[in-house]
Design a protein around this ligand. Sequence first.
Ligand SMILES: Cc1cc2nc3c(=O)[nH]c(=O)nc-3n(C[C@H](O)[C@H](O)[C@H](O)COP(=O)(O)OP(=O)(O)OC[C@H]3O[C@@H](n4cnc5c(N)ncnc54)[C@H](O)[C@@H]3O)c2cc1C
Length: 386
Amino acid sequence: MRKPWFKIPDAVPSGSHIAIIGGGIGGVTALDHLLKAGYKVTLIEKSDYLLSAASGNPAAILDPYISLGETNEKSFYLKAYQYALQYYKNLGEDIFIPCGLSKIAKNEQELNRFKKLAPQYSNDLMSIDKDKLIFPKSGYVIPKHLSARFEESANILLNTAVTEINLNDDNSWSLFTSDKIQILKVDAVILSNSYNVENLKQTEHLKLDKVAGQISYISPEYSDNSILCSNTYLTPKVMTPAGEANICGATFEKNGTLDITDAAHNKNLENAPYRFSNPDILGGRRAIRAISHDHLPLCGPVADYKKYLSGYDTLHHGPGHKSFADASYHPNLFVCAGLGARGFLSAPILGKYLASMVGGNELPFEEKICHAIHPARFIIRNLSKK
Ligand SMILES: Cc1cc2nc3c(=O)[nH]c(=O)nc-3n(C[C@H](O)[C@H](O)[C@H](O)COP(=O)(O)OP(=O)(O)OC[C@H]3O[C@@H](n4cnc5c(N)ncnc54)[C@H](O)[C@@H]3O)c2cc1C
């Protein structure tokens, strides 16, 4: 069935100037892919360094999403995982530590799931050992080393918050700060500023849940080399601002604040996939994830909300009851947000996806995944069941 509301937008001419708003892992991987595709790119970040918000933990694990059913979420994250492994490995040994990751079954039911799942894949991807599903090639990224790589190499404006973007008559975009100063005029814009997308008028309809999370730095008693995952994850010994530690986390606290709490440390310890004999909490970090209502990212062209509402207002009669016009997007405006709890896993392939879409090249996903992550999917779902 044709779905004109998810039509792929026109390509942005090669050599155009593209601004990325937000320097988390979503923005940085988009930057990398767009530079490689030959665009002039400026990344604008409100903090004084890259990977400062949700992406700024001392270590970010690549935790594959698994499920027995053939869901869009599973297809998306499996592809994302395989691409992320290759992407981070190519960035270098200082950035990605391929230490392996084991998921420990929480109960008999989960173990049965592992037993059915593992034989469907090569041992290279996953294998089962007693109560553990093992991902031998997984590991963790060190965001500090990753940001150092990009801060050197590209055109980055730090300490700059974009509060307004306006379309000009020639279809270029002007970017403004809160004091109404125009900082840039560009051909295209990618919004990678997490839950802050709702502060721009073009994307205020994109609703993301804000879910705070806390990780705990624990004196390094767990001495194995690989990551353990169960209700929480536990890293091998890594360097943190509080010294060498095992990192354990993370909590999920809807609308939680950025204040570190003992309750969250206790929860992490309680859920840790390893029994610490005498745990000493050395410190921790909190940040806020942006999570969409179906847990998939929002990545692709930005719908002109009012035109969608008027153009597709009879969708509840069924998608085939008449012929609908193609999607109305804000010209050359894209979003990559709602990366949820697995942003380091999904960001590289989303960067590739955006660069392919912007360049008019073959996309790395089959059509149903493009639709499943399309930023306009919630508008369409609501109109369909009106
Ligand atoms: C405690 C915790 C632990 C986690 N652990 C893992 C893990 O181990 N592995 C994993 O894959 N994922 C993990 N996640 C999830 C992961 O961190 C996120 O999915 C990912 O960081 C999201 O990336 P992002 O670029 O979308 O957002 P962010 O990293 O939040 O980046 C958004 C950026 O936009 C900037 N910005 C916002 N508004 C503006 C503006 N107006 N102008 C300019 N700049 C702006 C912000 O300053 C910020 O730097 C964890 C999350 C938390 C909270």
